[in-house]
Structures are given as C-alpha cells and as structure tokens.
Design a protein around this ligand. Structure first.
Ligand SMILES: [Cu+2]
Length: 333
C-alpha cells in the first residue's frame, strides 16, 4: 500500500515540474494511476468518506500544490499564537504533530503567504518547538484573507505543500491584479522577464537583474540557489515553486544577471510570479503578472469575436498531447 501512496505523492511533486526532475517524471508517470485503492476498508466506506478514496488520491496526484489543507495523511493546522506571531502544526498519519522533517533548500519548513488577491507575498522560515509547533513573526501584513502554504518534506515521506486560509480581520481593500508586464522594479533593482509560458508545457523563464542600468553579476546564494520562483494561479492560488537551472558553486552557473527556470503552468490563465533573490545581504522579491496561453475572457464580457487569432494552436496535432493535465478523476488507461 505504501508503494501506491508514494507513487501518488511522487506524481504530485511532478505536477509542479522542476527542470531537471521533469525527465524523471516522464519515466515514472505511466506507472502512476493506481487501479485499486490501497485503502484497507475498515467498516466499509462511509458515505462522507471522500478523502480516503483511492479515486480521490488519484485526482490529488494531478493537482498542483497548495490547494489542499490535508493530503496523504498530513494536515496543516494553524494554532493559537500571541499577537504578532503566526503558529501552526502539521499533523501526520498517526494524528500527532510531525516533528521530523528533512532539510530542503537549507530549511526544514518554508512558509509562504499571500493574500487571496495575490498581494502581500512573503516567504519566511519558522522555528519549530520540540512539540512540533512552528512559530514565526507573523508575515500576515494587514487585513484580508490570506493563503498560508507550508512547503516541507516529512522524514520518510514525500515533499508536500499544504495550504490553509487565514483571515486577518479589518477593513479590506481589494487590490486588482497588476497588469501583465515583462519588467518590474523592487528597491532600486530592475528585473525583466523573458519567456512565454504555455499551459501544460514546460517553458523557459529567464529573469535578468540589473541595478541603475548595470547588470547584477554578483547575486548571492539564497537557500542554495540564485533565485527562487513561486507562482500562484489567480482564482485558486495553486502553488508552484520552481528552482533555477544550476546551483551556486557548480562551476557553470553564473551569479547573475540571468537566472533561468523551467516552469510549467498547469492551465491557461493569469499567474503572479514572485522571484526571491539576494544581493548585498538582502533578500528582495520581484513580482510579475503573467498569462499562460490565451488571455482569459473577462467575466461578463461578450463572447469573443469571431476570429480567435492569438494563441490558437495549430489544429493538426491531437488534443491528447497534454496527457493527463486537468483531467478530473481517473482519465487515462
Ligand atoms: Cu523557504
């Protein structure tokens, strides 16, 4: 039973798609769909028991990260914390708080937060108490409904990103998603973005950092890389965390000005990208809005005019090319 569980987990990781690991995924993927649920029936399946069903596991294996508060027996649970602090636990399959985590990208726990309107992004690293409670100075900067993502690997398990909504009371000011752009500035740095993401296909995204018109060629390693890229999908905040090609110290990866990534957006639509990079001892976040595939039709807009020119794929190839993505339930085989 563990095998099937782990395969599902592996496939989930793959859906997030990171450059080098993608190749591995193409090999493993055909094995993934578990025909029979590895679910030892206790007293028959209760009517409300959606979460435990094998079919749901299969569907979850195709989901991007961060959409589930509970997956494969692990559950993200915020706990009460003093004002100004944010605290949570991850409970494991035995119901108790998990206390053993593997280090990934220099940390055992990565906590990412963003408001549901995609503003206010923060990426922080809580400290764990011996009882498994993680605490950090609250990254929730003001009122709103926030999505908190815990990105971690329980020792002996697969990498997981669980997400939970946290409401900070107060007057809400909805912020519209900034328009798509290929250049942004943060704190005196200009970051440009090259690349054209297409849904369901791996795209090269290259980010170039400059300051005062000069390329920055001495980026500093941050969590084992010259950049960390998180993408959140507008609408449901599906979470992708992508690491760049190459590592500091591998003898071929330059410390800027370019940092490049392979990323696969799971569907058409708008995403907010957050690039964390470190220079001069300070980590900064450059943000971009991108649209994968054809721009979505605005709600309430008249149906598209007759010629859907841009981005229409040449009709010759079969629609099965994107195998598996977005297929609800047990599509293949
Ligand atoms: Cu982190």
């Amino acid at each position: 039973m563990n095998t099937a569980t782990k395969l599902s987990g592996f496939a989930l990781g793959l859906a997030v798609v990171f450059g080098a690991t993608y190749g591995v995924g193409r090999v493993a993927d055909p094995v993934a769909p578990p025909a029979e649920a590895p679910h030892e029936a206790g007293g028959g399946h209760g009517e409300d028991g959606g979460a435990g069903h094998g079919g749901d596991n299969g569907a979850a294996a195709h989901l991007p990260g961060g959409l589930l508060v509970s997956d494969r027996g692990y559950t993200l649970r915020p706990v009460d914390a003093p004002a100004g602090q944010f605290a949570f636990q991850v409970t494991g399959p035995d119901g108790g708080a998990v206390t053993a985590y593997d280090v990934a990208h220099d940390k055992r726990m990565h906590l990412i937060v963003a408001r549901r309107d995609l503003s206010g992004f923060r990426h922080v690293h809580p400290e764990m108490a011996p009882d498994g409670t993680w605490r950090v100075d609250s990254p929730l900067a003001g009122p709103g409904v926030w999505r908190a993502f815990a990105d971690f690997t329980p020792t002996g398990g697969e990498a997981l990103t669980l997400g939970v909504d946290v409401t900070v009371p107060g007057a809400l000011t909805g912020r519209p998603l900034p328009a798509p752009a290929t250049s942004t500035t943060v704190d005196g740095y200009t970051v440009t973005l090259a690349g054209a993401p297409e849904p369901g296909r791996t795209a090269e995204l290259t980010l170039t950092v400059s300051r005062a018109g000069a390329p920055v060629t001495d980026l500093e390693p941050y969590l084992g890389a010259y950049g960390h890229l998180v993408a959140l999908r507008q609408g449901d905040l599906a979470y992708l965390h992508v690491h760049p090609h190459g590592e500091p110290g591998d003898g071929r990866t330059r410390p800027g000005p370019e940092v490049s990534f392979s990323a696969e957006m799971p569907s058409a639509g708008a995403y907010r990208l957050y690039l964390d990079f470190k220079h001069g001892g300070v980590v900064r976040t450059a943000e971009f809005t991108i649209v994968a595939g054809s721009p979505p039709t605005a709600p309430g807009a008249p149906a598209a005019t007759s010629s859907p020119t841009a981005g229409t794929p040449a009709a010759t190839s079969s629609p099965t090319a994107g195998a598996g993505h977005g297929v609800p339930g047990h599509g293949h085989d």
